[in-house]
Design a protein around this ligand. Structure first.
Ligand SMILES: [Zn+2]
Ligand SMILES: [Zn+2]
Length: 334
């Protein structure tokens, strides 16, 4: 019998309080066997869902289309001018409005099907305007988009003036493709390091706590961060100030950072469509991080880092007991 792709009971269990979790435990990535089995290695990268499909591919496609059709020429960006800078700001804001807005509105119609936490997004005084969604929108458009744009603008300007090492795609296509391919992996490493730093007591209290007010996350929670966190979060693009790159590769870095938090924070394992199609939109590992704070600092592709550091929560009851014991003394999380 073919299992119904739209029924979450076929993919996980719901406890008495209505919290849903996927069957099994979270895997440690990358799995060891891919290093001595080329077929498994290939499948690990190219299966659906997997490392590249669907999201990494989608982030790359959006970046390429935006670079080709919605980005001023380097000649224009040689001098700072209000015109092209505000164009990039509103372009980025429009992309996020459509991108995250789609996830938010579509999943709202899905009720609690595939939703980790059955409760709706919060109306609570810990959020600006006493409303989680409005608060998240405020941090996204008043902090995330300005910092994202600032990094992008200064980087383009530096490329245009040859202040940072520029590599021509026409002359070095293989190198540029390789760098483009490498971006998500550099981001994983950067995310882990900055995220660990953000959980350092003082920095947590000043900055990262803003993101962690979202314990029951929604699509707009992804970029809801304190400005200090945005400065750190988007800083990965600075690597292209040192490593010779094409501007498109640098742009992909900051676009990947801007687009990825949306599917990572929806709070839904899958987005379903009436025609029977279901696409992965969840990150249960990161959902657990928002629930218990002191675990799962890495992204799903580098969960071995948490395993290595003794902070891995695989989704099981035992792991919850362990993490509860760890956070007992850390009053600042609560
Ligand atoms: Zn998060
Ligand atoms: Zn965190």
């Amino acid at each position: 019998m073919i299992k119904d792709k739209l029924n979450d009971e076929n993919y996980g269990i719901r406890d008495k309080r209505g919290h849903w979790k996927p069957f099994g435990t979270i895997s440690i990535n990358p799995p060891r066997e891919i290093f001595y089995n080329p077929i498994k290695l290939f499948k690990y990268f190219f299966k659906f869902p997997g490392i590249f499909f669907p999201w990494t591919f989608v982030f790359g496609a959006i970046t390429v289309a935006t670079y080709l059709f919605l980005t001023p020429s380097l000649e224009t960006m040689k001098t700072f001018e209000v015109g092209w800078i505000s164009y990039i700001f509103f372009r980025n804001a429009a992309i996020i409005l459509v991108w995250t807005g789609f996830f938010h509105l579509k999943l709202k119609t899905q009720g609690t099907s595939f939703k980790y936490n059955p409760r709706p997004l919060e109306k609570h005084k810990k959020f600006l305007f006493n409303d989680q969604t409005k608060d998240n929108l405020f941090y996204t458009f008043c902090s995330a988009i300005p910092f994202w744009t600032a990094y992008e603008v200064v980087t383009f300007w530096a490329f245009a003036n040859q202040l940072i090492p520029y590599v021509s795609w026409e002359i070095y296509p293989i190198y540029c493709c390789f760098m483009f391919f490498l971006v998500p992996f550099i981001r994983d490493a950067h995310f882990y390091l900055t995220h660990r730093l953000l959980h350092w007591g003082p920095l947590y209290k000043i900055a990262h706590k803003v993101h962690h007010r979202n314990t029951n996350t929604g699509a707009w929670s992804g970029m809801s961060m304190h400005p200090i966190e945005h400065i750190l979060y988007f800083s990965g693009i600075l690597i292209h100030w040192v490593i010779p790159s094409h501007p498109l590769v640098a742009m992909y870095h900051v676009f990947h950072a801007g687009l990825a938090p949306t599917p990572g924070h929806t709070g839904y394992e899958k987005m379903t469509f009436k025609n029977g199609v279901a696409i992965p939109t969840g990150d249960y590992m990161h959902y657990i991080h928002h629930k218990y704070f002191e675990c799962n600092y890495s992204g799903g592709n580098t969960s071995f880092l948490d395993k290595l550091m003794g902070t891995f929560h695989d989704g099981s009851e035992e792991a919850t007991k362990e993490v509860m014991a760890r956070i007992k003394d850390k009053a600042h999380y609560l």
